[in-house]
Design a protein around this ligand. Structure first.
Ligand code: ATP
Ligand code: MG
Length: 419
C-alpha cells in the first residue's frame, strides 16, 4: 500500500524538526503577543469561493471539494486566511475592538501536480494581525517572518520581495490598461496568460514565460497607478524596513495569487532559482472580513510552507536536535527489580532512556546499542546485582565505569547537564 499521490508520512526523525519549528515559532510569536488558533480543516466551499476568488488557480482547479451526506458542498481548506477571517466573524473576535494577533500551523490541501516542494497535502504556518490599518502592522509581520527564518538557522539564502498592489479602484484602472495593452500581443503570450486576459489578467504578471515577461516589461506599470495614500503607505513600510536593516527588493510584478489582497504584498524567496522557490507569501487584506459578512476590519498576514522551509534548514541545526537516549541492557529481565530503582532515577532527572526488552544475553544487547549508535549503555547484569552497582559504558570510546547505586544519582545529574 502506498500513500495517496502528493501526500507523505512524516517519520519520526523528521518530526523532531517539526517539533523544533513549533517550539521556536511559539517562542518568537509570544514575545509579540501572537496567540495560536486552530480552525477546522473542512469548511463550506462557498467560504473559499467568496474570499480567494473564482478566477484564481486555487478555486478554479486546486480545491478538494466534495458533497457531504446532506448534499452540502464542503472543501478541505487550501489555505488559512479565509478560515481565520471566518472564525473572526463567527466568534465575534472583534467585540472588544482590540487588535487580534493570531497564528496557526496545520495541513492545507491543493490538487496540484506533485513535485519537489509541491504536495497535495502540505502544511502552512501563518500569522494574521487583525485590526490595524497602519503600515507598521505590515512591518511587524514582516519582521516576525524574518526573525523566524533567522532563528531556524535558514542560511542567508533568501530575499524579501515587496510591492504595493494598491486598492481595488487603482487596480481596476491598471487592469483595464493592461488588458488593452496585452490584446495587442495576444498571439505572442504563453497559453495560460492568453486565457488569463479574460479571467484574471493580474495573474499574467506572475508568468514565468520569458517572452510574456518581455512583453510585460514594456507595458503599463502598476506603481504608476497608485494614488497618494497607497504610495505613502508603501513608503512607510519601506522606510521602516530600511531602519531595521531588513534587506528587500521592490518587485512591481509581484501580485500574489489571491484576490483579497490590497496595498502591501510580499514574498520571501530562496535565491536558488528553482520553481518552488517561494517559502513565504503574504500581504494586507483590508476588505476580506467585510466581504465575508463581518465588520470592516483591516488585516495583514503571511503564510510559510513548512515543507519548503524544512528543505532550507541548516543540516547542523537538525543534527543538534537529535537526542540520544541511554540504552539499558538488562540481565534476567523479568526478575531484575534493581532496574526499577534505576528507572526511577532516570525519570526524576528527565533523562531519556530505552529499555532493552529482548532478554537476550548482555553482550548481544550491548552490541545492539552500538548498532543503534547510542552513546551510553547502562548495564544491569548479574555481577551488578550481586555487588549493588551499575556499569556505564561509553560506546563511542568503549570505556566504562561502575557506580554504586548511591553514587549513581549524582552522576545522572552530571549527565543531564552535559548530554
Ligand atoms: P506557488 O506559486 O509556489 O504555487 P502559492 O502562491 O500558491 O505558491 P501561497 O498560496 O502564497 O502559495 O502559500 C504560501 C506558501 O505555502 C507558499 O509560499 C509555499 O511555501 C507554500 N505552498 C503553497 N502551495 C504549496 C504546495 N502545494 N506544496 C507545498 N507548499 C506549498
Ligand atoms: Mg500555487
Amino acid at each position: 500500500m502506498q500513500p495517496l499521490r502528493g501526500t507523505k508520512d512524516i517519520l519520526t526523525t523528521e518530526i523532531k524538526i517539526w517539533q523544533k519549528i513549533y517550539e521556536i515559532t511559539q517562542k518568537i510569536l509570544r514575545v509579540y503577543n501572537y496567540e495560536e488558533i486552530r480552525t477546522p480543516i473542512i469548511e463550506s466551499t462557498e467560504l473559499f469561493e467568496r474570499s480567494i476568488g473564482n478566477f484564481t488557480d486555487i478555486v478554479n482547479k486546486e480545491m478538494y471539494s466534495f458533497e457531504d451526506q446532506k448534499k452540502r458542498s464542503i472543501t478541505l481548506r487550501p489555505e488559512g486566511t479565509a478560515s481565520i477571517a471566518r472564525a473572526f466573524i463567527s466568534n465575534k473576535l472583534y467585540a472588544d475592538n482590540s487588535i487580534k494577533r493570531l497564528w496557526y500551523l496545520g495541513p492545507m490541501f491543493r490538487y496540484e501536480r506533485p513535485q519537489k516542494g509541491r504536495q497535495r497535502q502540505f502544511h502552512q504556518l501563518g500569522i494574521e494581525c487583525i485590526g490595524s490599518k497602519t503600515p507598521m502592522a505590515d512591518v511587524e509581520v514582516i519582521r516576525l517572518a524574518i526573525n523566524l527564518l533567522k532563528d531556524l538557522l535558514v542560511k542567508d539564502e533568501y530575499i524579501l520581495e515587496i510591492n504595493s498592489i494598491g486598492n481595488l479602484q487603482e487596480r481596476e484602472l491598471y487592469k483595464n490598461d493592461l488588458v488593452e495593452y496585452l490584446h495587442k500581443y495576444e498571439n505572442e503570450l504563453d497559453q495560460d496568460s492568453r486565457k488569463r486576459i479574460y479571467q484574471n489578467p493580474l495573474r499574467i504578471l506572475d508568468s514565468k514565460n520569458l517572452k510574456t515577461q518581455e512583453i510585460l516589461m514594456e507595458g503599463p506599470n502598476l506603481t504608476k497607478y497608485l494614488n497618494k495614500s497607497s504610495s505613502d503607505h508603501f513608503e512607510v513600510v519601506c522606510k521602516n524596513l530600511n531602519y531595521l536593516n531588513i534587506e528587500y527588493k521592490i518587485n512591481s510584478y509581484l501580485v500574489r495569487g489571491l484576490d483579497y489582497y490590497n496595498y502591501t504584498a510580499f514574498e520571501i524567496k530562496t535565491k536558488k532559482s528553482n520553481q518552488q522557490n517561494t517559502i513565504c507569501g503574504g500581504g494586507r487584506y483590508d476588505n476580506l472580513i467585510e466581504q465575508l459578512g463581518g465588520p470592516s476590519v483591516p488585516a495583514v498576514g503571511w503564510a510559510i510552507g513548512i515543507e519548503r522551509l524544512i528543505m532550507l534548514i541548516d543540516k547542523n541545526f537538525i543534527k543538534k536536535i537529535e537526542t540520544n537516549s541511554i540504552y539499558i541492557a538488562i540481565n534476567n529481565l523479568n526478575n531484575n527489580y534493581m532496574m526499577w530503582d534505576i528507572v526511577k532515577m532516570l525519570e526524576e532527572n528527565g533523562l531519556q532512556f530505552e529499555l532493552d526488552l529482548t532478554n537476550n544475553n548482555l553482550s548481544k544487547q550491548i552490541k545492539k546499542a552500538s548498532q543503534l549508535k547510542k552513546r551510553i549503555c547502562l548495564i544491569i547484569g548479574e555481577k551488578e546485582i550481586i555487588n549493588n552497582y551499575v556499569t556505564i559504558r561509553w560506546l563511542t570510546t568503549a570505556t566504562q565505569q561502575t557506580f554504586k547505586i548511591q553514587e549513581l544519582r549524582q552522576y545522572l545529574q552530571y549527565l543531564k547537564r552535559n548530554m
